[in-house]
Design a protein around this ligand. Structure first.
Ligand SMILES: [Zn+2]
Ligand SMILES: [Zn+2]
Length: 383
């Protein structure tokens, strides 16, 4: 515990930190990427808890999104910047979680939450800028993490936002799987292979990807496991690409090819597109939301896709943003922090040390020693 203390601040005594010292601060991306298996024992699912009902009609909001969510700011500069580097796509390997300031899960009314009582870890960049990051279980069925607009949700949005902001037009596909073949896609391995076949393939396996070979140079994808109004497994892959109107013939071709990958006669593929930043932001939120709201809906699936890397991106993402998001103040720096980089100087942050109880962070915040940055990140005094 020594060497990690905030100068002059109240620190927990070792006995108060109940988690083990090797509690990792980061996990591979996963829908239910837990911070550590050791977190599991304290996780008890009570049926009918918050989040039992998937929200309905969320997507319909897309039709009348107000401008308050995001504003259009098309700038030529974004398009002129060429790919100036061979830098490959940057994966955000980080834990999913946390609440924006004032919305700390478990904070209200002292309710016992799955992510309660809450822990955080500290991180320092190469230049000594110091941060704190709240740890969450990140599970879709957690009443805290599984909520729309939860911190876990907003961290996922923040991770993709810089990429989405490079798209002047956003195309949104939903690839469905016919009911009679869904049973084939209930493990990480099968889902991963299917995902690769559809998006960018796998060069090591000499396997082409459908969308990439059809000219979609970059994109983002994430599975939803259940439909909005159903409790039966209904996997569908959401794919965001940079595209506008597609000719019917091309859509038909994509549909045929998808059915071919699945080995079925026909499979539904939905497609829509938008140029409005507000709607793009909503698509981002919609795609990154949780759909597996209750563990009992499918415990087998839950066990078999544990730590599945659900958020995937392909292609190059080094253009400048072409639109701006008014939610940005809330997410300022969160995208960088989610990818493990200091928002102030761009050097890598190393997250280390034992998790500490959130209560201490709140004490520091009360003393003006910790400033909330949103999505469960905090700025601490420099080392
Ligand atoms: Zn949680
Ligand atoms: Zn820094």
């Amino acid at each position: 515990m020594s060497g990690n203390q905030m100068p002059g601040e109240v620190m927990p005594s070792p006995g108060e930190v109940v988690l083990n010292s090797d509690f990792p601060g980061q996990t591979p991306e996963g829908v239910w990427g837990t911070e550590s298996p050791r977190f599991v024992p304290s996780f008890v699912v009570s049926p009918g808890g918050q989040g039992a009902k998937p929200p309905q009609g969320y997507l319909e909001h897309l039709a009348n999104v107000s401008k308050s969510e995001a504003t259009l700011k098309l700038e030529k500069k974004g398009k002129e910047g060429e790919e100036n580097s061979e830098q490959s796509e940057r994966h955000g390997f980080s834990s999913q979680s946390l609440g924006s300031p004032g919305e700390m899960p478990g904070e209200q009314s002292g309710e016992q939450q799955y992510c309660s009582p809450g822990y955080f870890i500290r991180g320092v960049c190469e230049n000594g800028h110091s941060f704190a990051k709240e740890l969450l279980c990140g599970r879709e069925w957690c009443p805290v993490c599984g909520q729309d607009d939860s911190t876990a949700h907003m961290r996922r949005v923040a991770r993709w936002l810089p990429k989405a902001q490079q798209m002047a037009t956003m195309g949104y596909f939903v690839f469905t799987i016919p009911e009679h073949t869904r049973y084939l896609y209930r493990t990480k391995k099968k889902l991963s292979l299917l995902t690769k076949k559809l998006i960018a393939g796998d060069t090591k396996l000499h396997m082409p990807g459908l969308l990439k070979s059809m000219g979609f140079e970059r994109g983002l994808c994430r599975w939803h496991w259940f439909g909005d109004e159903s409790e039966t497994f209904n996997p569908h892959l959401n794919v965001i690409v940079e595209a506008g109107h597609l000719p019917k013939s091309k859509l038909a071709e994509i549909k045929r090819a998808w059915a071919g990958i699945l080995g079925v006669d026909m499979a539904d593929v939905h497609y829509s597109y938008t140029r409005q930043p507000g709607k793009m932001f909503h698509i981002l939120k919609y795609v990154t939301r949780a759909t597996f709201h209750v563990l009992q809906w499918d415990e087998y699936l839950a066990a078999h896709i544990y730590n599945f890397r659900n958020m995937r991106a392909w292609g190059k993402w080094d253009d400048l943003p072409v639109w701006e998001c008014t939610e940005k103040e809330k997410l300022a720096g969160v995208s960088e922090l989610e990818s493990g980089v200091c928002p102030e100087c761009g050097t890598p942050i190393s997250w280390a040390g034992k998790p500490l109880l959130m209560a201490f962070l709140k004490v520091w915040a009360g003393a003006g020693m910790a400033k909330p940055l949103g999505a469960g990140y905090w700025r601490l005094p420099d080392d």
